[in-house]
Unconditional design. Structure first.
Length: 381
C-alpha cells in the first residue's frame, strides 16, 4: 500500500514519537506536515496542549523484561548517532544504567539472566563490591546490582525532539507550530483543523500521547495517568562528587521503586538530579483533567516521598532547591503500545507505559510504517 509514489501525509503530535515518524517518512520521500506546538513558556497560564518531553533526563538502556521493548531499545539506540549527525543536535550521554534491588525481596537476579540470554553487556555487583564500584550509594548490604556500561545512560527528550524535528525539516517536512484542533476523514482524504487554517492530507498519523483519545473523540481503551517527578538542584561540589553516577532503576514494590537520573545540566545553567516513581496512579479522564494536572504543578506529596527516597539511597546527599514537575503517561492492558490503523486514512502511535523516550525513534518508524500499511504482527489488532 505504501508504494514508491510520494504520499501527502500529516503527523499530529510533535513529541518524541511524532517527530521521529516525520523524520522517517520524510526520508522515504513522502510529503510530510508535522503538526504540534512548541513547549509552553508558562505551564500555569497555558491553555493549550501539554507534552511529557519537556525535560533533560530520561533513562536509556537496552535491558527490558519484555522482548518487544528490548527490540525497540536496540533499534533506536543504534540510530542515536545518525539522528545527531542529521540534526547537529547532541542528546545522548553514555553514563551507563544500574539496575539495583534487595537480593532477597526483589527479582533483581532476572535482570542478569535476561542480559546473559540476550548478550546485553552487563556487570554484576553485590554488597561490598557494589559499594566500591558506586561509592555514592548509602547502603549496599544485601543489595545486588547489574550495570549496563554501554548503550545506556540518559537522553534529553527535549533535545531529541528538537533533533528529530530539525532532521525531518531538512529531509523536506513542513513544521506547523500549532496544536491540531480536530481531525475529520472523508473518502478523498483527511482534514486537520488548526487555528491558522486546515491542513489537508491523504493520511494522518496521530501521535499525541495522552491527548490522542480526546483529539479523536473516542476511547481506544488506554488510560492516561498523571505523574510527578522531583528535581534537586545541586551545587558544583555535589555535582563533582556524583560525577561517576549512572542512571539508576531501583527495584522494589510500587511506590518504593524510584528511577534516578545523575546530575544533568539544564537550560537554566544549573545541574539538577531527577527522580520519579509514583506510589499511586493518578488517573486523568479527558482533556480538561490533563490540562488541570499540568497547570497544577504535580503532587507535592509524591515529591516529599521521592525526597525521602533519594536521601535513603544517596550517601550524604545535599541539594540547594527542589522543584516539582508534572508529566503524564498512557497505559493499555497488553504491555504493548497502540500502533496501527483506525481506518483507511487514520493511524495512531501512542500508549507507551512510560517506556517510550529512549526507543521513540523506532516506535515512530513503526508508526510511519503502519501509516503506509505495514504493521508488525504483535501490534495488529
Amino acid at each position: 500500500m505504501g508504494g514508491s509514489k510520494p504520499i501527502k501525509l500529516a503527523v499530529v503530535g510533535r513529541g518524541l514519537i511524532g517527530s521521529a515518524a516525520a523524520r522517517h517518512l520524510s526520508k522515504m520521500g513522502h510529503d510530510v506536515a508535522l503538526i504540534g506546538p512548541d513547549e509552553p513558556a508558562d505551564f500555569a497560564r497555558h491553555e493549550g496542549v501539554f507534552g511529557s518531553h519537556y525535560d533533560e533526563g530520561r533513562i536509556t538502556r537496552t535491558y527490558d523484561p519484555h522482548v518487544f521493548w528490548r527490540q525497540m531499545n536496540r533499534a533506536a539506540i543504534a540510530r542515536y548517532g545518525e539522528i545527531a549527525t542529521e540534526s547537529g543536535v547532541e542528546f545522548y550521554r553514555e553514563a551507563g544504567a544500574l539496575h539495583i534491588g534487595d537480593r532477597e525481596t526483589t527479582d533483581v537476579a532476572s535482570v542478569g539472566k535476561v542480559c546473559a540470554d540476550e548478550a546485553i553487556a552487563c556487570e554484576a555487583y553485590q554488597d561490598a563490591a557494589l559499594a566500591e564500584r558506586f561509592p555514592f550509594l548509602k547502603s549496599t548490604v544485601g543489595m545486588l546490582g547489574y550495570f549496563e556500561p554501554g548503550n545506556a545512560g540518559y537522553i534529553s527528550p527535549r533535545r531529541l525532539v528538537r533533533a528529530q524535528t530539525i532532521a525531518a525539516e531538512r529531509a523536506g517536512a513542513r513544521i506547523i507550530d500549532e496544536p491540531a484542533l480536530g481531525i475529520s476523514e472523508s473518502g478523498s482524504g483527511v482534514t486537520i483543523r488548526t487555528r491558522s487554517g486546515d491542513v489537508e492530507a491523504e493520511r494522518v498519523l496521530v501521535a499525541a500521547g495522552g491527548h490522542t483519545q480526546p483529539l479523536l473523540g473516542r476511547s481506544l481503551g488506554l488510560t492516561v495517568y498523571g505523574r510527578t517527578v522531583a528535581l534537586f538542584r545541586l551545587d558544583a561540589s555535589e555535582v563533582q562528587r556524583l560525577a561517576g553516577m549512572p542512571s539508576m532503576r531501583c527495584l522494589g514494590p510500587k511506590g518504593d521503586n524510584p528511577y534516578i537520573l545523575p546530575p544533568i545540566p539544564y537550560p537554566d545553567g544549573q545541574s539538577w538530579l531527577k527522580l520519579g516513581g509514583d506510589p499511586v496512579d493518578h488517573r486523568l479522564d479527558g482533556e480538561a483533567e490533563i490540562k488541570d494536572w499540568f497547570r497544577s504543578g504535580g503532587s507535592v506529596d509524591v515529591a516529599d516521598r521521592l525526597q525521602s527516597q533519594i536521601l535513603d539511597r544517596i550517601r550524604d546527599f545535599k541539594f540547594e532547591e527542589r522543584r516539582v514537575v508534572p508529566c503524564m503517561t498512557t497505559f493499555g492492558t497488553t504491555g504493548l503500545p497502540s500502533i496501527g490503523p483506525l481506518s483507511e486514512r487514520v493511524t495512531v502511535a501512542f500508549g507507551c507505559y512510560g517506556k517510550s523516550a529512549k526507543c521513540s525513534d523506532e516506535l515512530g518508524r513503526l508508526g510511519g510504517m503502519a501509516l503506509l500499511g505495514e504493521v508488525r504482527a504483535e501490534l495488529a489488532p
